[in-house]
Design a protein. Structure first.
Length: 299
């Protein structure tokens, strides 16, 4: 019999899967352009100059260019008023060349995020955060126009890796509006039995150990140990946490919410950080924009 240390989880390569999806999208965009003489358009609104937002946005712009989606860049000053931002959103709603509007979060403190997001036209809500889209996601037999990109990417990783969800025990760690809550609703729609673990949950370790599928989105570096994982479980790690690493030029490295080295010896499948969920988020954003454009072109 092989000793347990011989076991190695199958690595779910988010970069490779995202690349496949991007080439599928590029092909569809090309066909739309031939048939309708138009391409999908995505507006990315960024307020202020947070470094992380800036780098994320430039990645999105590059990704758009790569698949042939026209990208509209809206860079606004940190001190813009809420009313001005909302009127900018209305302008984008009215522009028929734009099929998706994305407001990069977080917004500056003086602006009410909820108010701004609910002004985005439902048909252009490619982030899937409009209350009506989330509401439909939460209801049986209803389909939202768009599903949030990171949760959608998590499920796409599972399905493209041949991991079935139906009837499985899924544990979601974290309950944020951006990942934890919507991903648990998606898993429920896919017929999983879903438990959400959060900072107030008792005996987190015991609950996580019962999971066939773990979606870790707590934002706590390496909190989930190898011993917490049921042998053979599928682990999707959404966490991106910087920890000190003097051996790196930057002085830090990125780790997930799961102790990757330990988990590799127990899990059946696992996503690395970086290179797992991250590239999928951008791929799903492109996919949502494409779907939004197709709805308009085919009317």
């Amino acid at each position: 019999m092989a000793s347990p240390s011989d076991h190695k989880a199958t690595i779910i390569d988010g970069k490779a899967i995202a690349q496949t999806i991007r080439s599928e999208i590029a092909e569809e965009v090309r066909q739309l352009s031939e048939k309708y003489g138009k391409v999908p358009g995505l507006a990315v609104v960024i307020v202020g100059n947070r470094k992380d937002s800036q780098s994320y946005v430039s990645m999105k712009r590059k990704a758009c260019a790569e698949v042939g989606i026209k990208s509209f860049d809206i860079d606004l000053p940190e001190q813009i008023s809420e009313a001005e931002l909302i009127s900018k959103v209305h302008e984008l709603n009215a522009n028929s060349d734009i099929h998706g509007i994305l407001v990069q979060l977080p917004l500056p403190k003086h602006i009410n995020e909820e108010k701004v997001l609910s002004e985005i036209h439902l048909e252009k809500d490619v982030d899937g955060f409009h209350p009506l889209n989330i509401g439909k996601l939460a209801m049986k037999g209803r389909e939202p126009l768009f599903v949030p990109c990171t949760p959608k990417g998590c499920l796409e990783l599972l399905s493209r890796s041949g991991i079935s969800i139906k009837g499985k025990n899924a544990v979601v760690v974290g309950r944020s509006n951006i990942v934890g809550l919507p991903v648990s609703l998606l898993l429920l729609k896919a017929d999983a039995t879903v438990t959400i673990v959060h900072s107030r949950s008792d005996d987190q370790e015991r609950i996580i150990r019962g999971a066939d599928i773990i979606i870790a989105a707590a934002g706590q570096a390496m909190m989930i140990k190898g011993s917490w994982i049921k042998p053979g479980a599928a682990v999707v790690d959404v966490g991106t946490n910087a920890i000190d690493d003097p051996s790196r030029k930057s002085g830090y490295r990125l780790v997930g919410d799961v102790d990757y080295e330990e988990a590799c010896n127990v899990a059946g499948w696992i996503t690395p950080v970086p290179g797992g969920v991250g590239p999928m988020t951008v791929a799903m954003l492109l996919k949502n924009t494409l779907d939004g454009a197709k709805r308009v072109f085919m009317q």
